[in-house]
Design a protein around this ligand. Structure first.
Ligand code: FE2
Length: 390
């Protein structure tokens, strides 16, 4: 009898474990596997001049082009690349186009955060099934270099996520684009990959968008910052960071919080007119070199007062860099349980105070520089004061 019970309980245990494993695996299966950021597309007023700025100042190479010469009578696009980062700069050729309307309303800004997938049809179906709003049904694009499949869904404001499947495509970018290169001498500045892309949304909308990324795209909430973490004497904001299954794609989402003066998020919304991409963080392996080079080429960065550096080492512990070198470049440092990070923010890169860049070097740290929030927001407030928008 005893033997029998043991025997049955073993069978039960094995089946239960199998069942549990299967259920667990099914639950933990990523229904939207992402290989990373495919490209970021800006709609701009003048793509030719924007492309010159990104090539000369940021060291991107021109790799592809679409426009009148390639039979595109609606818009012109320049595709620029540096290491794993691909930017597309698109301008309208006609007044009555989607691109022209976007630029009229928002100024230059990010229209597309494109995600690289192995199956653009499945990505579309899985997200639509969970409540995403369609921006483009799966579309097969082909030319002599092969076939790519693209689909898209809406996210905050007028921003969209494109799913790009390019495993059967060998061309420079996507079908309808022609390979291109510039006559200019281009010197890269060490930009490696997109670390995270931050969105600003309206008051009270942050949690809805976090839920969208959780429910519709299968992302997980990584970190929450409330207005106690992110406030200065005058302004406040709240932020939550969502990340996809493998952690390659991270989207912090900000909303304004009650403060004595107008926060940078409200300023953004006033000028962008809807929610949209606030900043793109780009990783480098040598921030001192990268930022030094960007400064020499005329990229403007936020200024942080010298006293930030007075007790830096007491706050962040030992670091490999010389404090004086960091101070000379205005680079900020923060530490978490896993290591430290170095970061700096540009001023807005177009006339409206909307999109800007972060340059980040991670030395173990996986966080976002919480220890620097106050210094950064005070730096932004000084800029807002100059603009008369605080
Ligand atoms: Fe950031």
């Amino acid at each position: 009898m005893h033997t029998k019970i043991t025997f049955f309980s073993r069978i039960f245990a094995r089946n239960f474990n199998d069942f549990y494993d299967l259920k667990y695996k099914r639950m933990s299966t990523d229904f939207l596997p992402l290989n990373g950021t495919d490209h970021i597309e800006f709609y701009v007023g003048n793509a030719k001049q924007a492309a010159y700025y990104y090539q000369q100042a940021f060291g991107y190479h021109l790799v592809a082009y679409s426009g009148l010469e390639t039979g595109n009578t609606d818009r012109t696009s320049y595709v620029l690349q540096q290491d794993k980062i691909r930017l597309v700069l698109t301008a309208p050729l006609k007044p009555d186009s989607e691109v022209a309307e976007h630029v009229r309303l928002h100024g230059d800004g990010v229209k597309v955060l494109a995600l690289w997938v192995d199956d653009a049809r499945a990505a579309y179906e899985e997200t639509i099934k969970r409540g995403a709003k369609s921006a483009m049904e799966p579309t097969v694009l082909s030319d002599e270099h092969g076939e790519a499949i693209v689909s898209a869904i809406h996210t905050y404001g007028e921003t969209i996520h494109k799913f790009v499947e390019r495993k059967n495509y060998k061309g420079a970018f996507l079908p309808s684009f022609q390979a291109a290169s510039s006559q200019m001498e281009i010197k890269p500045v060490g930009l490696k990959y997109v670390d995270h892309c931050v969105g600003n949304v309206g008051l009270g909308e942050m949690n809805n968008w976090v839920k969208f990324y959780e429910d519709v795209m299968g992302f997980k909430l990584l970190i929450t910052f409330d207005d106690n973490d992110i406030s200065t004497e005058y302004t406040a904001l709240m932020s939550k960071v969502v990340s996809n299954g493998n952690g390659y794609v991270k989207f912090p989402i900000n909303e304004p919080a009650e403060g004595r003066k107008k926060s940078q998020i409200e300023e953004y919304l006033d000028f962008y007119k809807t929610g949209g991409v606030q900043h793109i963080a780009i990783a480098t392996d040598d921030i001192l070199e990268t930022v030094g080079e960007l400064r020499r080429r005329g990229v403007d960065f936020l200024y942080v007062p010298d006293n930030y550096y007075d007790d830096l080492l007491e706050r962040v512990g030992d670091i490999e860099e010389e404090v004086e070198a960091l101070k000379a470049q205005n680079i900020l440092v923060d530490r978490d349980d896993e290591g430290y990070l170095l970061q700096i923010f540009t001023k807005p890169v177009q006339d409206r105070p909307t999109v800007f860049y972060e340059i980040i070097q991670r030395k173990g740290a996986k966080s976002f520089g919480k220890g620097n929030f106050k210094a950064l927001f005070e730096a932004i407030e000084r800029e807002q004061a100059l603009r008369g928008t605080l």
